[in-house]
Design a binder for this molecule. Structure first.
Ligand code: SF4
Length: 442
């Protein structure tokens, strides 16, 4: 199986690095349909597709992206709650795949997870004492009176009272339940915690309290966090660095100041523009990304974001409005995947009250383009639309491909080793990527 991943980096040489994901890959076998079973074919859901990420002692690294981009799978893989497909995870200088059983047991006390949903993540049948004390029991860390005192101490640390120990989860609010989840994670005295969307199910006012608590605990206990979120505004104030993830890959990495300052990776820019209450640092326009995140079962070629990117790169030297170019690529993709048909073209025309050939073409352009192409671009696009009207969808797509093929759909950009790196052909790329671009004739 090809993972499409880059070269592994090996053990960290910097003593400050507590956690290293080294070219980490996690693929899941897809549910096979009848035809696949008959042909003996196995397809893979590429949830995490070659991620490099270091987390230093005492650092908070944010991992941000739309749902389905692989960020939770990445967090679970780092904690070894998932078997990784390829690559490795290093913790405190040790390769986790090479730990003995007893070393792995010790690792389990050094890392913990805080879950997204404080309503679902606590067993409703257990008292708070049993929930928070469970890890103490499993790892044999305390029993009897000592256990009770430790549970009370943990409840106090997270802002709850000792008397809460005998109660059940349903007696608490969402924010209090998340505090219980945090107390449970702290029970084994960990050094590293994966916080998987810990505040996204909470009211905004409660979110701030939990974020403040996590920051206070970090300072008090020297914790390191991987903070997973789908919203950049949540991670902006708590993180030292932020990694932006799209369809299994990190596409940009930087400090909050770097990410909020221009220029950004086109996907980061879209995420920033989607923040409901714009950050004062953000001065751009709101960007509505078209379409959903593509399936990780069959990700797009080249840059995986090219099917939605508002800044997809036109052929070199071509003078074309960026919005028009995006619309031309969208039309070609619709012809290729069968979502635009001759029948649809005729329906568009009928809706506009036109039935002659020229009217048909005009109506399709009207319907599909924000800025209708002009001059030579109009002639080319009109020729392709005429082919589509004649039911030659393949020919129409080929006509558009010939003139409007982008480097973005052919060569996979990489995240360079530098400050504020961006996996995008609009920014400096490693020499091997530049070579691939030149070999592909762009
Ligand atoms: S490589 Fe191309 S498609 Fe990908 S983000 Fe950059 S400009 Fe957009």
């Amino acid at each position: 199986m090809s993972t499409g991943a880059s070269e592994e980096r090996g053990a960290p040489t910097d003593d400050d690095v507590l956690v290293r994901a080294d070219d980490l890959v996690k693929y899941y076998p897809s549910e096979e349909d009848f035809l696949d079973q008959l042909l003996g074919e196995q397809h893979w859901v590429k949830a995490v597709d070659g991620v490099n990420l270091d987390i230093r002692e005492g650092e908070t690294v944010g991992l941000v992206g739309e749902s389905g981009c692989g960020k939770s799978t990445f967090g679970r893989s780092v904690l070894q709650l998932e078997d990784v497909t390829d690559g490795s995870v290093w913790y405190d200088g040790k390769d986790l795949t090479e730990l003995s059983t007893s070393e792995m047991r010790e690792y389990r006390t050094e890392v913990q997870m805080i879950f997204q949903n404080p309503f679902a993540s606590l067993n409703p049948k257990l008292t708070i004492s049993d929930i928070v004390g469970e890890a103490l029991d499993i790892h044999g860390l305390a029993s009897g009176r000592e256990r009770e005192e430790r549970v009370e101490e943990l409840l106090d640390i997270v802002g709850l009272q000792a008397s809460h120990a005998s109660r059940y989860p349903h007696e608490f609010s969402g924010g209090q339940r998340q505090r219980i989840g945090i107390a449970r994670a702290l029970a084994v005295d960990p050094d590293f915690i994966v916080c998987d969307e810990p505040v996204s199910a909470l009211d905004v006012s409660v979110q701030a309290q939990i974020l403040n608590l996590l920051e206070d605990l970090q300072e008090e206990f020297g914790l390191s966090y991987l903070f997973i979120a789908h919203d950049l505004s949540v991670v902006e104030h708590i993180c030292d660095r932020i990694a932006v993830m799209y369809l299994g890959n990190i596409v940009e990495m930087g400090t909050p100041e770097e990410l909020f300052a221009e220029p950004q990776h086109p996907y980061t820019e879209a995420l920033l523009s989607a923040i409901p209450e714009p950050d004062p640092l953000w001065e751009g326009d709101r960007i509505i990304l078209r379409g959903n995140v593509p399936s990780p079962l069959n990700p797009p070629s080249g840059c995986k974001f090219h099917t939605r990117c508002p800044h997809i790169i036109p052929p070199e030297g071509m003078e074309i409005d960026q919005t028009t170019y995006r619309d031309i690529v969208d039309l070609r993709m619709a012809l290729e995947d069968g979502s635009f048909t001759a029948e649809q073209a005729r329906e568009h025309a009928e809706a506009g009250g036109t039935f002659d050939r020229e009217g048909l073409v005009e109506e399709v352009l009207e319907q599909r383009f924000v800025e209708k192409p002009t001059g030579a671009h109009r002639d080319r696009v009109a020729a392709a639309v005429e082919q589509a009207i004649d039911d030659d969808l393949e020919g129409a797509a080929a006509t558009l491909l010939e003139d409007y093929e982008s480097v973005c759909e052919n060569v996979d950009p990489q995240l360079p080793e530098r400050e504020n790196p961006k996996a995008c052909h609009r920014y400096d790329q490693p020499s091997e990527v530049e070579q691939a671009v030149s070999d592909a004739g762009f």
